[in-house]
Each structure stands twice: as C-alpha cells, then as structure tokens.
Design a protein around this ligand. Structure first.
Ligand SMILES: Nc1ncnc2c1ncn2[C@@H]1O[C@H](COP(=O)(O)OP(=O)(O)O)[C@@H](O)[C@H]1O
Ligand SMILES: Cc1cn([C@H]2C[C@H](O)[C@@H](COP(=O)(O)O)O2)c(=O)[nH]c1=O
Ligand SMILES: [Zn+2]
Length: 198
C-alpha cells in the first residue's frame, strides 16, 4: 500500500514530486489513483484531475474504474493543456497516461518543479507487450513507481499483460473485457503463439 511521503519543508518551500501507477488492464490503476486523490481531498488539498480526451469509454468527463468507482476529471487533448489548468493546485491526477504525447514527461516535470504532487496512472505495456507511449520515460523521472497486478483470467497467477482478443493492429483500440484479457507472462506468450499460428 502506498503511503504518502511526509517531506520536510525547508524555508517554507512547497515540495513537488511525481508518482506513477502502472500495470496491465484490470490491475487496479484507476482504483488506486482515485484512492490517492480521495485521501488528498480529505487532507483538504486542492486537486485537478485530467484524462486524455480520446478516452470516452465509460464517460466523457469522469474517470471510471472497472469496479465503477468514479471521480470527475477534465478531458484534455494535449499534455501541455494541463500546464494552464493545473497551475494553482496541490495535486494533479492523470489517468490513461499512456495515451498522451511525449510532452507529458516535461509537463509532469514542470508541475512537480512548481511544488505540485503529480500522480499519473497508465498502462506500462501495449497489447504486444511493448512499452506504451510516454510511460517508460515518465517512470524514469518519477520519484515513486507502483506496479499493480491483475489476475490472469487463464490460470489465476498475477497478470502483467493485456492480451487483445480482437483482430486489430491499431495500437489504440478502446475496450474492456470484450477486447482484452489480463494474462500472466506464460498465458500471454501462449496466446501470442496461437495468434501467430492462425
Ligand atoms: N482479471 C482481473 N484481475 C483483477 N481485477 C479485475 C479483473 N477483471 C476485472 N477486474 C476488476 O477490475 C477492478 C480494477 O479496475 P481498475 O482500477 O479500473 O483497473 P485498471 O485501471 O488497472 O484497468 C478490480 O477491482 C476488479 O473488480
Ligand atoms: C493494451 C491496450 C489497451 N488499450 C486501451 C484499452 C482501454 O480502453 C485502455 C486501458 O484501460 P485500463 O484503464 O488500463 O483498463 O487502453 C489500447 O488502446 N491499446 C492497447 O494496446
Ligand atoms: Zn496465466
């Protein structure tokens, strides 16, 4: 369980940092993001929450977990849009970070340098098991990285992969259990092998 760090305040300076929550689909990234943001709200912190405008899966504005917990957010088209909107708060939350452009790393850095706590959740790997968008670089610059795991739907082991059951080569394909399965390494490889043999 991630515990918010208590940072020393030197010369009354506000300290910012970056937290990344990553993992496969269904691993609890959004639930964990919402948990941290709700705790920040209880601590009377001013929060701003963003998601990429292209993620219209459940709701145009809300961030919604697979378990239906939800929190209001502002959809934005580009990472740099967050700089203006998130300028006067204590905490910035970002969901589906993998869909943002590479500018996300600079944006998170700028916000953290301004003294803001930045919490970004996103897929670390795409359906091929390849690092997804700005996530690897964001993980490199983050102070805290939490990798969460789903349950493999084939064998019950821990799952780090999002196996696509639909036939599509598009990297971005919004979907749920209709299109994706959480799988462990062995079951993911098995599925990829079967796909290749078709
Ligand atoms: N294979 C699975 N493994 C774990 N949780 C699953 C699985 N399939 C569905 N769930 C549900 O998904 C919830 C996590 O949803 P969410 O936080 O939206 O995950 P993520 O943002 O990582 O996709 C779990 O609490 C559980 O109710
Ligand atoms: C693996 C993978 C996923 N997606 C899409 C599918 C969902 O709409 C989101 C991930 O949502 P979650 O909150 O992590 O469950 O991303 C995609 O477009 N491409 C992929 O390779
Ligand atoms: Zn498995």
């Amino acid at each position: 369980m991630f515990i918010e760090p208590r940072v020393g305040v030197k010369h009354n300076q506000k300290r910012g940092w970056i937290e990344v929550i990553c993992g496969a689909m269904f691993s609890g990234k959004t639930e964990e993001l919402i948990r941290r943001l709700n705790r920040a709200k209880i601590a009377r912190q001013q929060i701003e929450i963003f998601k990429p405008a292209l993620d219209t899966r459940y709701h145009l504005e809300d961030i919604v977990s697979h378990n239906t917990t939800a929190i209001r957010s502002t959809p934005v088209n580009f990472a740099h849009d967050m700089l203006l909107l998130g300028s006067s708060c204590d905490v910035v939350g970002i969901d589906e970070a993998q869909f943002f452009d590479e500018g996300l790393i600079e944006v998170c850095d700028i916000l953290a340098n301004r003294g803001i706590r930045v919490i970004a959740a996103g897929l670390d790997m795409d359906y091929l098991g390849k690092p997804f968008g700005p996530m690897p670089a964001l993980m490199a610059v983050a102070e805290y990285v939490t990798k969460v795991h789903a349950v493999c739907v084939c064998c019950g082991d821990i799952a780090s992969y999002s196996f696509r059951v639909a036939v599509s080569d598009e990297r971005i394909l919004l979907g749920e259990t209709d299109l994706y399965q959480a799988r462990c390494r062995n079951c993911f490889l098995e599925g990829m092998k079967q796909e290749a043999e078709k």
